[in-house]
Write a protein of this length. Structure first.
Length: 259
């Protein structure tokens, strides 16, 4: 499924947006590694949805606006994106940092959101559980800790590091630090407002997640008792990349059950 690419200007920020497929809108919010390319799971979902994959402000080819100071700024920005594109009943899919972002959006306004699919979302802390510290790991350690299947890590590490890709990686890391350095990848005030989310929620977690351990899924289940939680065995932090067919099947079953 071919994806188009264009830049749009919202809130004084030039946003890089890829889009493909047709049907109900699905907005994918990427994690700390960005969204530099169209991935197989996106192509599969584009057979069922109008899939939109932006690079967040401060990531990739998108601008790094002066107003971007925290995750709340990003949440309000994407609510403006939904309004600017007149998207309604959006299937909002967020991975890791993007899952945290999706939650921050939904506690503020679900008027244009039909449902949430959260993939190993950040955003909360869990008593007694120490998450992996992506800011202290080397780039190789980060990649290895993303996957249970180390063959996928080896493939990613084997990709050549061009000067352009290095610049983009450093830009992404700087923005992630701006959003999640202190406190580490969570909003201490978010849990008390999760009850405001009034749309169906599906939480997907890799059982072998080394960045946000599966105990986070259980904590989210306590905080959001109406949410559906599905744990994928033999899978790390990125089910959509490590188990793309299974991930898409889970999402499509969830979407179908809501209709």
């Amino acid at each position: 499924m071919a994806f188009s690419q264009r830049f749009m200007h919202i809130d004084g920020c030039r946003l890089n947006l890829r889009r493909g497929g047709s049907g109900a809108p699905l907005l994918y919010l990427h994690g700390a590694s960005g969204a530099p390319a169209v991935m197989p799971f996106m192509e599969k979902l584009a057979s069922h949805f109008d899939v939109l994959v932006p690079e967040h402000p401060g990531f990739g080819l998108s601008d790094e606006p002066a107003w971007l100071e925290n995750i709340h700024d990003l949440a309000y920005f994407y609510l403006d994106v939904l309004r600017a594109l007149d998207l309604r009943s959006v299937q909002l899919v967020g991975s890791s940092l993007g899952g945290w972002l999706a939650l921050e959006m939904a506690v503020r306004d679900t008027s244009r959101i039909g449902s949430l699919v959260l993939v190993g979302p950040a955003g909360i802390s869990v008593p007694g559980i120490q998450p992996g510290d992506i800011f202290l790991w080397t780039p190789e350690q980060v990649v290895r800790n993303l996957f249970f299947d180390q063959r996928l890590a080896e493939q990613r590490l084997a990709e050549p590091m061009t000067p352009e890709l290095l610049d983009m990686t450093l830009k992404n890391r700087h923005t992630v630090a701006r959003l999640g350095w202190e406190p580490r990848l969570h909003d201490p005030f978010l849990p008390k407002w999760l009850h405001r989310i009034d749309v169906p929620v599906k939480i997907v977690w890799g059982e072998e997640d080394r960045i946000l351990p599966v105990a986070y899924a259980r904590e989210f289940a306590k905080l959001m008792p109406k949410a559906q939680v599905e744990v994928i065995p033999r899978c790390g932090h990125l089910p959509q990349a490590e188990k793309p067919d299974l991930f898409c099947d889970i999402l499509l079953r969830f979407a179908g059950a809501k209709r």
